[in-house]
Design a protein around this ligand. Structure first.
Ligand SMILES: Nc1ncnc2c1ncn2[C@@H]1O[C@H](COP(=O)(O)OP(=O)(O)OP(=O)(O)O)[C@@H](O)[C@H]1O
Length: 286
């Protein structure tokens, strides 16, 4: 869907580049996560991909065509949801939707989506009366209005309660199952883990890793097996190397003779990988 080759970008007023030669592909039908610490260049890259910023160096192809040569029809094909929802607060949710719908040739079934995100009952309320979570959900509906073939989502679940975050994640998964492609940024690693087929880690304008969450967990995890067992009323644990585990006599003896409570492989989390790859802890802003 997207092919980005050696992308470089410097903001006009800056001396140093913000994006320093990054390359990646986004396959049609995949959910691609773009992760990195604050200021790494995620939003800048996203703005370039949605043609808000030009004057970049390198090459970007969308569906085989150079991004620079695409005309306004490109915007018919994409949906964008920025982190800070922008709506007309003196209009109702439905009036907002009617306004934005008119910008596109193609439209989705708004009633169905508004029901799915739990806003249908409140559709005639002024947006100024909406909670932060309601505005975020309305923002997602807006991004979907033109039935886009590709979605750009910036922190889509930030500020949502767990139930609404789950609804949104399920909608994103359904969108993918129906053939949609997603570029997503988030600081919530559990959401990224649940949603993304592949993730890229960007640090200081450079990509440090690109792979599936599963492969990254194998790469960065320890190849160990940890066994917890009960002995004389206490829980004890022992770790073994995963390689040739079946031939490890100590391991075999332990599981044959002890009262086993848990057995876990030494898998790491995406959060730990983020810290390891970027060298920066995750900030959990609101
Ligand atoms: N309009 C601008 N003019 C000059 N520099 C900018 C501009 N916008 C962003 N930058 C700089 O570019 C760098 C990357 O910013 P960007 O917003 O892409 O980071 P980010 O990874 O999206 O961060 P966050 O997670 O905080 O949203 C930062 O150093 C930022 O200060």
């Amino acid at each position: 869907m997207f092919s980005v080759k050696d992308l470089r970008f410097t903001y006009p007023k800056n001396d140093l580049p913000t994006i320093k030669g990054i390359s990646f592909d986004i396959q049609k039908g995949e959910i691609f996560g773009f992760l990195g610490p604050s200021g790494a260049g995620k939003s800048t890259t996203q703005k370039i991909l949605i043609k808000l910023l030009d004057r970049y160096e390198g090459a970007i192809y969308y569906d085989g065509k150079s991004l620079q040569e695409l005309d306004q029809s490109f915007f018919e094909n994409i949906g964008v949801s920025f982190e800070m929802p922008i709506h007309f607060s003196k209009l109702t949710a439905m009036e907002n939707i009617e306004f934005f719908k008119k910008l596109y040739k193609k439209n989705i079934d708004v009633e169905s989506l508004m029901k799915k995100v739990g806003l249908w009952e409140d559709r005639d309320k002024l947006v100024s009366e909406y909670s932060k979570g309601m505005k975020i959900r309305l923002n997602f509906v807006r991004a979907m209005l033109n039935d886009p073939e590709m979605l750009f989502l910036d922190e889509p679940t930030n500020g949502l309660d767990p139930a609404n975050a789950m609804i949104l994640k399920n909608l994103i998964k359904t969108y993918k199952q129906n053939g949609g492609t997603v570029f997503i940024t988030s600081h919530i690693m559990a959401d990224i883990d649940q949603l993304c087929d592949r993730v890229a880690f960007i640090v200081n304008g450079e990509i440090k890793e690109i792979d599936s969450p599963r492969n990254l967990k194998i790469k960065y995890g320890q190849r160990t097996i940890k066994v917890e067992y009960k002995e004389q009323g206490h829980t004890l644990s022992q770790s073994f190397p995963m390689d040739k585990i079946g031939q490890n006599e100590d391991f075999v003896k332990l599981i044959q003779t002890k009262d086993i409570e848990t057995i876990h492989s030494g898998e790491t989390t995406l959060e730990e990988i983020f810290i390891q790859v970027t060298g920066v802890g995750l900030s959990h802003e609101s």
